[in-house]
Design a protein around this ligand. Structure first.
Ligand code: 13P
Length: 251
C-alpha cells in the first residue's frame, strides 16, 4: 500500500502575517486528518519561519526548487544542504512554471532529481503536457519524454523514494481539472513505464496529481487506483480547503 501524500505548493504567495495565520490553522486542524503525509512548500525566505512554527507537527516542509550543486558561485540559487539545515524534507523539481519561465529542461530537471536524492531529500518531479500538446493528442509522448529523461540517464533506481507529480499545464490555476479518468490513465501509463524497468519500484512510487485540485474534486481524483495524493496550488493557501483535501486523501 502506498501512503498518500498531499503537498501544498504556495508558489510566490503570502507574507509573514498571512503565513502565520495559515500555519496556525493547519496545525489546529491536522489532528483530524488520517493516514496521509502532508507537506507545505513556502517561498524560500519563509522556510525557516515555517519549519520553526511546524517543529512539533507532522506537517513536513519542502522547497519549490533546488540547485543541483552543493555550493559555489551560483547567484540566486539555494542548495540542498541549506534546505536540510532548515528542516526541509521535499523539493519540487521541474514544475511547469519553472520549465516555461526559467529554462528548466528535461535534462536539467533530471540532474536536479539526482542532486535532491544525493542530499537525502525527497524529489517531487513534475511532469505534464501543455494545452497545445494536449489538444494535439501528445500527452503520453510528452510525459514519456519527461520521465525517460531520468530513466535513460540515471536509471530506474532514481525513482526509489521519488514522488512524481502529474500536472497537466492546462489544468494549473485554470479551474479546469483533468477528469479522474484522464488523470488515472496518465498515472497508470507512468507506472507502467517504470514497471518495464523495475516492477517493485513502479509499485512503490507515489504518483500525485496537480492542477486545480480543490476540496470539491479531491475525493473523486484520489479514489483512482494510481492517484496517490495531490500537489495543490491555489487551494493550499486556504487552510480549511487544504485540510479537506488532506482528509479526502486519507480515506
Ligand atoms: P493549482 O492548484 O493552483 O492549479 O496549481 C497546481 C500546481 O501547479 C501545484 O504545483
Amino acid at each position: 500500500m502506498r501512503r498518500p501524500l498531499v503537498a501544498g505548493n504556495w508558489k510566490m504567495n503570502g507574507n509573514l502575517k498571512s503565513i502565520h495565520a495559515l500555519v496556525e490553522e493547519l496545525k489546529r486542524g491536522i489532528d483530524q486528518v488520517g493516514e496521509v503525509d502532508v507537506a507545505v512548500m513556502p517561498p524560500f525566505v519563509y522556510i525557516p519561519e515555517v519549519t520553526r512554527l511546524l517543529k512539533d507537527s507532522r506537517i513536513a516542509v519542502g522547497a519549490q526548487n533546488m540547485s543541483r550543486h552543493a555550493a559555489g558561485a551560483f547567484t540566486g540559487e539555494v542548495s540542498g544542504e541549506m534546505l536540510k539545515e532548515f528542516g526541509c524534507r521535499y523539493a519540487i523539481i521541474g514544475h511547469s512554471e519553472r520549465r516555461a519561465n526559467y529554462g528548466e529542461t528535461d535534462e536539467k530537471a533530471a540532474r536536479k532529481v539526482v542532486g535532491v536524492k544525493e542530499r537525502g531529500l525527497i524529489p517531487i518531479l513534475c511532469v505534464g503536457e501543455t494545452l497545445m500538446e494536449h489538444e494535439r493528442g501528445n500527452t503520453y509522448g510528452v510525459v514519456k519524454r519527461q520521465v525517460d529523461a531520468v530513466l535513460d540517464f540515471f536509471g530506474v533506481e532514481m525513482f526509489r523514494g521519488t514522488v512524481i507529480a502529474y500536472e497537466p499545464v492546462w489544468a494549473i490555476g485554470t479551474g479546469k481539472t483533468a477528469t479522474p479518468e484522464i488523470a488515472q490513465s496518465v498515472h497508470s501509463f507512468i507506472r507502467d513505464r517504470l514497471a518495464e524497468r523495475n516492477e517493485a519500484i513502479a509499485n512503490e512510487v507515489r504518483i500525485i496529481y496537480g492542477g486545480s485540485v480543490k476540496a470539491s474534486n479531491a475525493a473523486a481524483l484520489f479514489a483512482m487506483p494510481d492517484i496517490d495524493g495531490g500537489l495543490v496550488g491555489g487551494a493550499s493557501l486556504d487552510a480549511r480547503e487544504f485540510l479537506s483535501i488532506c482528509k479526502a486523501a486519507a480515506q
